[in-house]
Design a protein around this ligand. Sequence first.
Ligand code: SAM
Length: 157
Amino acid sequence: MREFWDNRYADVDFAYGEAPNEYFKEQLFKLTPGKILLPGDGEGRNSVCAARSGWEVDAFDISREGKKKADQLAEKHKLSINYQVGALEDLTYPPNTFDVIALIFTHFDPKIRAQYRKEFIRLLKPGGLIISESFSKKHLALNSKNPKVGGPKRLSF
Ligand SMILES: C[S@@+](CC[C@H](N)C(=O)[O-])C[C@H]1O[C@@H](n2cnc3c(N)ncnc32)[C@H](O)[C@@H]1O
C-alpha cells in the first residue's frame, strides 16, 4: 500500500492537482477556523487550502513521497503544515484536540477502519465535525467499465 502511493506521488505532477477537493473546500469555508486534522492527506492539496484559510493544520499519511509534495506545495504558498509520515497507530495526538477531522477519499483498509473511526471520535473536541467524501458503491460498476476513473477496485475498500 505504502509503495503504491509512494510510486503514485513520485511523479513531478500532482496526482490530484494542487487545488483542494471541491466538497472539502465548500464545507470548510462555512466554518470558523480552528484546529483541523487531515488523515491520509496525500500531496497536501487539502491541508494547504486549510492552512491558507487560517486553520491550524495537522496532517498525516503513510507516504513519504506524499509529504515531500505537501511540503513543496506549502512552501509555494509560504506557509508550513504539521504533516507527519505514518499511520494513525504510529502517531500520538491528544484527545479532544480537533474542531474538524477531514477524511477525503481516504478509504482506509477495512481491517483498521472501525478502530480509526473510534480514535477519530476521541481526537475530536465535543461538538467537533467530520468532513468526509468517499466513493459510492456504484463507483465499482463505473470503474470496471473504465479503469481510468481510478478508485477502489473492490467493495471492501
Ligand atoms: C486517494 S488518496 C487521497 C489523498 C488526499 N486525501 C486527497 O484528497 O488528495 C488516499 C491516501 O490515503 C493514504 N493512506 C492509506 N492508508 C493510510 C493509513 N493507514 N494511514 C495514513 N494514510 C493512509 C494513502 O497514502 C493516500 O495518500
